[in-house]
Design a binder for this molecule. Structure first.
Ligand SMILES: NC(=O)CC[C@H](N)C(=O)O
Length: 231
């Protein structure tokens, strides 16, 4: 699996992401600077988390208008797999590759802790290694993770099976107590209509080895590798 990691000033999870990809059996990703205009031939484009441009304007808004993004859109439209995590998810919504928006956390505080996610669908190139309904542990670290979409968009996301992860309690219940940021319907990750672009707020790349508390995040990277091998 050949992959590219897009780097903006202020991004801080690129090494974690590269490690997760390699641990899952992928090759070391090519790091692509945001001012470049063309991606190398790749199977996967990753937009890692962090604080691109210091979160000025809105999280991800400036990064979304970087020169390289024209080619990211072209690759996404051509069916290449695109993964955006945390700030990467914010960038994808700002680019219009994913619907909705990530607003300030409901309590206006930065949240940094482990959360549980319920895997809502395994019929994707990002989650085929999980069981439907499985709860996985991953960390969140963000100030603007409060997902919002209008009722029509939400109905489409639900109807088309594009809500991939929801914040859940240990027994899989979806309620307010397990929602770290006020996201509508506890949504933590969504897909585009074609199914090749995933955005999620939690950081699966930071739960890939036991020293980190769990290996639950590795499944996303293994799923992408498996999907590409069978494609
Ligand atoms: N870890 C991250 O990617 C954080 C994203 C963004 N800077 C926020 O605080 O919401």
């Amino acid at each position: 699996m050949k992959s590219a990691l897009i780097l903006f000033p202020g991004i801080n999870r690129e090494h974690d992401m590269a490690r997760a990809l390699q641990r899952a059996g992928g090759m070391a990703p090519t790091i692509v600077w945001h001012k470049d205009t063309e991606l190398p031939p790749v199977d996967l484009v990753v937009i890692p988390g962090g604080f691109s441009y210091g979160d000025y304007l809105r999280c991800g808004a400036i990064a979304a208008r970087s020169p390289i993004m024209r080619d990211v859109i072209a690759k996404a439209e051509a069916g290449v797999t695109v993964l955006g995590v945390c700030n990467g998810f914010q960038v994808l919504t700002e680019m219009g590759l994913l619907p909705g928006a990530l607003m300030r956390n409901a309590d206006l505080r930065f949240v940094c802790k482990d959360v549980l996610l319920r895997v809502e669908t395994t019929d994707t190139r990002f989650t085929n290694r999980y069981r439907k309904g499985q709860t996985i542990r991953t960390p969140v670290a963000h100030g603007d993770g409060n997902y919002f979409a209008d009722p029509e968009t939400l109905a489409r996301l639900e109807g088309e099976g594009r809500v991939v992860f929801r914040y859940a309690s240990a027994d899989g219940d979806i309620d307010e107590t397990s929602n770290p940021n006020g996201s509508i319907d506890n949504i933590a990750g969504i897909l585009n209509a074609r199914g090749n672009v995933l955005g999620m707020m939690p950081h699966p790349e930071d739960h890939i080895e036991l020293a980190q508390g769990s290996t639950d995040g590795l499944g996303i990277f293994e799923s992408m590798v498996a999907a590409l091998e069978t494609a």
